[in-house]
Design a protein around this ligand. Sequence first.
Ligand SMILES: C[S@@+](CC[C@H](N)C(=O)[O-])C[C@H]1O[C@@H](n2cnc3c(N)ncnc32)[C@H](O)[C@@H]1O
Length: 393
Amino acid sequence: MQENLFPELDDCKKDIQLTIPEIKNLGLVRSEENLQTLLKLYDKIDDIDLKREVVSSIGRQKNDKIIFDFIKSHVYNCGFMDIVYQMYRTCLYKGRTNAAFKELGVELKEYFNNEVLDKMYDYFSYKQSHTGKKNRVIKYQNPILLRGNNVETLNKIDENSVQLIFTSPPYYNAKIYSNYHSYKDYLKDMFQSLKACHRVLEDGRFIIVNVSPVISKRAGREFESIRYPIHFDFHNLLTCAGFYFVDEIQWIKPESSVKNRNGGYQQTRMPLSYKPNCINESIMVYRKNAPFLLDKNIAMYDKSFACDEKFDSSSCWYIAPTANKNHPAVFPKELCRRILKYYSFRGDVVLDPFAGSGTFGEVAIEMKRTPILCEQNEFYCDLINEDNIYVQL
Ligand SMILES: C[S@@+](CC[C@H](N)C(=O)[O-])C[C@H]1O[C@@H](n2cnc3c(N)ncnc32)[C@H](O)[C@@H]1O
């Protein structure tokens, strides 16, 4: 008989001073004593992280009948979704060989109708059917320029063949190269482009979009202008197209480089007339839905692909904008450099579906990636391919 490791369990709650590793150890040794101790701990512990660990350790034990009854009687009233996730995890694993757990898992998924449980199910099912390391396949070795609307031209590119997408779409009608009839039309078109991007991007890889709010010109002093929060709407477009949110990086510019909006407030100092100078743009980082962890994408590359030691540790990147006489809204090269460094590997195929003057392609080549650029404006296309570097499809 194992010695009673936690005699204080029989006393009052406040005396229990356990650590997560201690609870983990109880789970690792499969015995009736440990299972009973863990069940008692579940009732006595209030701390949610410890309780979660207890449930995980219970799931590692072997008396399926007791574990099943425990989950069935606690899962609907445990009060914390973190605990439900652990119980569901046990159902998934034990459900491989035990029909009752499998059934309970289905019941929980239906009852809670929760996105984390859905993701757990997808990951678990994928893992059961896909084992082993995936090999890296590079489909394109030469830079490609696709002339025309990306919704059509991207059809020339194989599905799952691109490892990174970075782009800055038109900011509605802010610049001379676009003239959408309405904001609704603009969003519809953007959605079609994002769906085309989704098809060509490899599962689990990143799409990164640079956008920021714009304001329409007033039609007269008596009318208010409309400010469009484009990045908020892009979140919905991206998620509906099959990507999920990972991060938002702020590109911060020097205040002297942006339009001054302080004038009105400076004159009157009246509340409500305040308008800050917009020195930030959103860099929206999303990942293509995939039922596996990023580790699987990374595992396709060996350690020699690791970046140098210096890196940007925060979500604010201070980069001055760049002006270009041929295009009104070009990326600063430094922004492209950082995106390529953190979100792609040497040799990867990288796509800019709204390429403009082709800055991203230029930096991609410098950094030994293979760019695919889409651009519908003939003048910009000629500019991109001035040196005949691109194969045109
Ligand atoms: C914001 S600019 C990109 C500028 C670019 N980042 C650079 O560094 O030059 C957007 C570009 O997308 C192009 N564009 C807009 N809609 C397009 C579409 N459906 N297909 C291809 N290009 C498109 C526009 O002509 C414009 O040049």
